[in-house]
Design a binder for this molecule. Sequence first.
Ligand SMILES: *[C@@H]1O[C@H](CO)[C@@H](O)[C@H](O)[C@H]1NC(C)=O
Ligand SMILES: *[C@@H]1O[C@H](CO)[C@@H](O)[C@H](O)[C@H]1NC(C)=O
Ligand SMILES: *[C@@H]1O[C@H](CO)[C@@H](O)[C@H](O)[C@H]1NC(C)=O
Ligand SMILES: *[C@@H]1O[C@H](CO)[C@@H](O)[C@H](O)[C@H]1NC(C)=O
Ligand SMILES: *[C@@H]1O[C@H](CO)[C@@H](O)[C@H](O)[C@H]1NC(C)=O
Length: 421
Amino acid sequence: MAALHPIFLFLALTALTASVSAHNITEILSGFPEYSDYNNFLTQTKLADDINTRQTITVLVLNNGAMSALTSKHPLSVIKNALRLLVLLDYYDPPKLHQISKGSTLTTTLYQTTGNVPGNLGFVNITDLQGGKVGFGSAAPGSKLDSSFTKSVKQIAYNISVLEISSFINSPGLLTAPAPSASGVNITAALEKAGCKTFASLIVANGVIKTYEGAVEKGLTLFAPQDEAFKAKGVPDLSKLTNAEIVSLLLYHARAGYTPIGSLKTTKDPLTTLATNGAGKYDLTVTSAGDSVTLHTGVDSSRVAETVLDSTPLVIFSVDNVLLPTELFGKSPSSAPAPSPTSPSPAPVVAPSPVTEAPSPLSASPPAPPTETPGGAPAGAPSHESQNSTSDNGAGHVKGSALVAALITVSVTVVSSIVLS
Ligand SMILES: *[C@@H]1O[C@H](CO)[C@@H](O)[C@H](O)[C@H]1NC(C)=O
Ligand SMILES: *[C@@H]1O[C@H](CO)[C@@H](O)[C@H](O)[C@H]1NC(C)=O
Ligand SMILES: *[C@@H]1O[C@H](CO)[C@@H](O)[C@H](O)[C@H]1NC(C)=O
Ligand SMILES: *[C@@H]1O[C@H](CO)[C@@H](O)[C@H](O)[C@H]1NC(C)=O
Ligand SMILES: *[C@@H]1O[C@H](CO)[C@@H](O)[C@H](O)[C@H]1NC(C)=O
């Protein structure tokens, strides 16, 4: 596999520079002691990073008094969602508030982007009321407009507008959601639900799930390849790896610490992973362009597809491709597994990226090969029971099931001793 060509690194760095935000919400609010609680919570929940990486947004702020109505009664997870509902993904300055067509509109928020919100409960209703008053409420039918615009705080046209409102906006279920205990999250189930069944069964079969579970309490970020990723052309024959190497590969898909998408976007230094065993080993670099975040291993790259779960201190992302560390798949002939005879010559594992919202220099990366593997050859290994969870693992996707079966077969016996430390 070719390492990243210098030109792509250069372009990636350019993209990174371009995505560095023009605003800093922490700094904007630091000039206003009346919003200090709000500001502290933005930092604590890392929502500040998310806000700083977005453009064309409106932050509805609460003064310390209005904030206490929220913070005195509710756990951090609820406060975080309530604050997310106050970050509108559109730019509203005071004149625009009074020019809403037909006097009322629904606008989406950061809360809606979590993917855990039923229907349009992550939308906010803005209504231009009689007498110059502007009301804010949940978009849920029958909701009251329980908050109103009080004053303008700051505008950087048309990037960020900060407006003060009278109180937080309630949305059905927002305040009553039980505080998730991260250690109570069933990681396997969450992965399966998100279309990462192959990865889920690999971490279970290899005992790596225990390492993940042990790490959750102090913060854990997972990059889980989607099922398609294991079937992609160019995924090397991992059955040539030793058990320890397979564990390293799986640990490479996780990192200690809570790093939600906004923080990932603002990351400049290489990220260590759970596989890191020395300076610069088994790390990942991150580039972002607009809303798109890409991880680079030195061998391949993968788009971060979506946030599967963001529940402080655990965040799970799905990624388009298996992340191939240079330590296992780089040029070093001693450790590089020989290319599988049935697979075509190594090609960059870059799945087609359906979401290319922001045209960027990164879209000049090598053309993506098709992800479908031509069928026909018989699977080399018997199907493992746990691989029958999706009918996708049929003979049409030989590479994926052979790979998975090999990984499980090779590693299932030995690994728990390596992992449980
Ligand atoms: C808005 O953001 C863009 C991109 O970050 C930046 O180039 C521009 O200068 C910003 N506008 C203002 C008025 O700061
Ligand atoms: C934003 O401003 C705060 C306070 O001024 C500062 O501590 C922080 O480093 C800034 N963040 C970025 C990304 O520049
Ligand atoms: C916003 O809420 C008000 C009051 O409940 C309602 O009359 C109006 O239809 C809502 N606007 C939209 C766009 O749903
Ligand atoms: C977690 O989910 C998996 C798969 O959905 C299930 O097999 C397992 O029993 C669950 N674990 C716990 C502790 O509930
Ligand atoms: C495997 O999956 C197929 C098709 O989804 C199903 O018909 C079959 O019963 C499954 N076998 C086992 C052992 O679960």
